[in-house]
Design a protein around this ligand. Structure first.
Ligand code: ZN
Length: 496
């Protein structure tokens, strides 16, 4: 059976430069990392570490076309039939989107998957799975002949008379969407400015996103064939961008950069909590990290302990925060492109997480951060993605706060077990340490649990568990924590 991602997994974003780090952290998974030699992957397997090969299906540059001349005609094209550059890749040679519907680009993608899986890793990670579909959602393509042909077939299968009247057509057999759009406008800037009034645009986006998903799934099947075993499939998604969602139901787990707004502590973390709630509603585990800009902030302030707050917060919200052994970082003044955390700072926290699966796995948020039950769990159409986003945003959310800087996250299992996470966000940036919170009173509405409690136990990193009293009043239960350094998890005991 293919593994999933558990809350007490210890995940490295990419392979460690120092192999001894795996034992120090108790690593169980390497989420990304291109292709590796077989002996390296075998070493990880012997340490029970799940490894992944990484591939992406995004771009073609001049180096690629020199090595693979057939790619010269595999670019994603705008309505003027010009190749569409990838806006965020700034190399000497311009990179263009490759079209995932072009057989030559698909073959190139398959060769990349073969390389990534040759050493026998147990999973395939796809970075930038959207590929040319990203060009579609950023409003300019792809209008290559393969996409136009595929879109006509897609529309035919929908068999919707309303769409035929929008297209002013009797049939979608041989329908030329490029020619149709050109009756409205013939240049790309005007096309972009006229969206979304262009007929069939939503369907065109749905078609492109479904093609990107199908391409990723075919690559996962290829990966499984290569290693002759089922593999995990993971992909990098952007939260809360709805266009990344169609692949989510097919993933073993998602990977995402979440903004922590460190320059705006602690209020900026409200957005982070919101992003984690969005992820919880997707009903797939998330391996998160902070953005490269967030890591640059930590590097420039020498404030690595701030990342411990981020790790605690992710766990309190039911997600996995990847161990910052080596993680992408924006360079400042030619500084490093990687944040490389020290095991002395982070390993004890990850050992705590690894050893406390019983407090972390299979819990769901209750209270203000609980996810809407009616939200869709598949995202292949614009309508479903909009319904999901509307359900998530239907009510403004904010965590329970014991104080402005001590936030409380009640979570419950289906068997009624309860774990209350208390995270202390008071952080002295100059001193690079949490400011301990003392005598923290926590009040929780009884409506969350619908029962009384006889007592509670407090679990935290670097200290032994200890018992505290719980007071049950008519509408609330109350307990007091003598000191919260970073993160406590409180479990409740019931009257017999
Ligand atoms: Zn195309």
């Amino acid at each position: 059976m293919v593994r999933t991602l558990l809350n007490n997994d210890v995940v490295f974003f990419c392979p460690s430069v120092d192999p001894s780090a795996y034992a120090k952290y108790g690593t169980t998974m390497v989420a990304s990392g291109a292709s590796h030699a077989s002996d390296y992957v075998n070493k990880l397997k012997r340490q029970n570490i799940h490894s992944t090969g990484t591939a992406h299906f995004l771009s073609i540059n001049s180096h690629d076309t020199q090595a693979h001349p057939e790619l010269a005609n595999a670019f994603a094209l705008d309505i003027e039939q010009k190749p569409i550059p990838v806006p965020w890749i700034h190399h000497e040679a311009t990179s263009y989107f490759g079209c995932v519907n072009n057989p030559a680009f698909r073959a190139y993608g398959r060769s990349k998957v073969c390389e990534a899986m040759a050493s026998g890793p147990q999973g395939l990670h796809i970075d930038e799975y959207l590929g040319s579909a990203y060009a579609a959602v950023s409003d300019c393509g792809c209008f290559c002949p393969h996409c136009i042909h595929g879109f006509a077939q897609y529309l035919s299968k929908l068999n919707n008379p309303d769409l035929l009247s929008l297209a002013k057509a009797d049939t979608f057999d041989g329908f030329e969407y490029l020619a149709f759009v050109k009756t409205i406008t013939t240049n790309t800037p005007q096309y972009i400015s006229l969206l979304p009034t262009i007929p069939l645009h939503d369907e065109f986006i749905d078609f492109q996103l479904q093609c990107a998903t199908a391409n990723a799934l075919s690559m996962a099947a290829l990966a499984a064939d290569i290693v002759d075993s089922a593999v995990t499939l993971s992909a990098t998604i952007s939260i809360p961008s709805p266009e990344y969602l169609p692949i989510v139901p097919h993933l073993s787990y998602c990977v995402s950069n979440i903004d922590h707004e460190p320059q705006n502590m602690p209020k900026g973390l409200l957005q982070t909590v919101k992003a984690y709630r969005f992820a919880e509603a997707l009903q797939k585990p998330l391996a998160a990290t902070a953005t490269p800009e967030n890591w640059a902030f930590i590097n420039s302030h020498n404030a690595d302990n701030l990342a411990c707050v981020w790790i605690a917060l992710a766990n309190a919200c039911g997600q996995v925060f990847m161990a910052p052994n080596r993680i992408l970082c924006s360079a400042i003044d030619n500084g490093p492109h990687w944040f490389c955390g020290s095991a002395a700072t982070f390993a004890p926290l990850y050992q705590f997480i690894k050893n406390h699966g019983g407090l972390l796995n299979d819990f769901k948020a209750v209270g203000p951060l609980s996810v809407p039950l009616a939200a869709p769990t598949s995202f292949d159409t614009t309508h479903k993605r909009q319904t999901f986003t509307d359900a998530i945003n239907a009510t403004p959310i904010s965590p329970i706060m014991a104080t402005d800087t001590v936030w409380v996250f009640p979570r419950m299992k289906s068997d009624g077990a309860i774990a209350i996470h208390i995270v202390n966000l008071a952080f002295d940036l100059r001193a690079n340490r949490n400011i301990p919170a003392v005598n923290v009173e926590v009040h929780l509405p009884n409506s969350l649990f619908k029962r009384d409690f006889s007592g509670a136990t407090v679990h935290s990193c670097n200290s032994e568990p200890y018992k505290i009293q719980v007071t049950n009043n008519e509408n609330t239960c109350t307990f007091v924590l003598p000191e919260v350094k970073l993160w406590d998890i409180v479990t409740f005991e019931y009257w017999a």
